[in-house]
Design a protein around this ligand. Structure first.
Ligand code: GLN
Length: 306
């Protein structure tokens, strides 16, 4: 399969839609992003890389990092993590509070904000507040294998200034005893994690282990067990796009995780990882053109898990 040609075809196909969707505007650093931005990058399990558009352009990972914090939390707690988080799609927006009260502070899944706060809490218990930020940054940096990774402190500060709903979530979960650390410490880490910045090239490289049974095929590092990689992919498939997860499975057919910075990572198990960035969002907060690009990609390659 000529993946370079496929990516060019994808870029041509999305051209008429480029710039559509609504760029996140809840903080200045995201509102200033060029709505016409587009990049896409693929890394195969044999280590080959292909890219099109602005694949080197760094963007704010936002909720894409929920996969990283979940991975680290599972490595710390193992299966008992699932006593503190469900693994069902929520059918509600990413920052919704409503289910939490009925479900006694146990978030539906770790890829909505409530569940990500629980993952982050596990990291704070293990590493302390500043150590948890470092642990996430170190994990992403090691996985990116030389591609740049940084935390944008301006984004982190704005997340804090505007993060009233996340603060409500953290305090509410804490009231049920499902955060073990002070909500302000967990929020500090969560806001810094959201502010992690990488390019499509870096992101597709970093998440390659999920396409290769938990082992980074280039460095040989077993990042997580095969079983855990399978399960993380299952959660990305069912929960990675919030209340549009079903739609993403329907159109794209790959485990994926989106963020309001316009990035999406998707995994074709046994084959490749693919990252796309296009900042205009759907009403559910997922990259509109990014999703179209991935749909075109899986149509052209036949790489869907179905
Ligand atoms: N910083 C955003 C928030 O916590 C991230 C949400 C997202 O990417 N969906 O609200």
């Amino acid at each position: 399969m000529d993946l370079a040609a496929v990516l060019n075809d994808v870029a041509t196909a999305i051209e008429p839609q480029r710039g559509s969707g609504k760029v996140a505007d809840y903080i200045p650093a995201l509102a200033e992003v060029d709505p016409n931005g587009f990049g896409m990058s693929v890394v195969t399990v044999s280590g080959e890389c292909f890219a099109v558009g602005q694949a080197d352009h760094p963007f704010s990972l936002q909720s894409v990092t929920k996969v990283m914090s979940l991975t680290l939390a599972l490595e710390i707690l193992g299966d008992p993590f699932w006593e503190r988080s469900g693994r069902e799609p929520s059918g509600d927006p990413f920052n919704s509070l409503v289910q939490l009260e009925h479900e006694n502070g146990i978030p539906r899944n770790p890829l909505i904000n409530a569940g990500a706060l629980v993952s982050t809490d596990v990291l704070v218990s293990r590493h302390g507040r500043d150590g948890a930020v470092e642990a996430i940054l170190k994990f992403a940096t090691e996985l990116a294998d030389g591609e740049p990774v940084r935390i944008d402190s301006r984004v982190a500060a704005s997340e804090r200034e505007t993060g009233f709903r996340n603060a409500a979530l953290a305090n509410f979960i804490r009231s049920f005893g499902n955060l073990h650390n002070p909500p302000e410490d967990v929020l500090h880490v969560y806001f810094h994690q959201c502010a992690l910045e990488m390019s499509c090239k870096g992101l597709s490289r970093a998440m390659l282990y999920l396409a290769n049974r938990g082992r980074d095929p280039v460095t040989g590092r077993q990042v997580v067990s095969e079983r855990r990689a399978r399960r993380i992919n299952a959660i990305m498939m069912t929960c990675g796009h919030y209340d549009a997860s079903g739609d993403f499975a329907f159109h794209v057919g790959l485990p994926g995780k989106s963020g309001v910075g316009g990035g999406i990572i998707a995994i074709a198990p046994g084959q490749l990882s693919v990252a796309v960035w296009a900042p205009g969002l759907s009403p559910q907060g997922n990259s509109l053109v990014g999703t179209l690009a991935l749909e075109k990609f899986t149509s052209l390659t036949g790489l869907s898990v179905f």
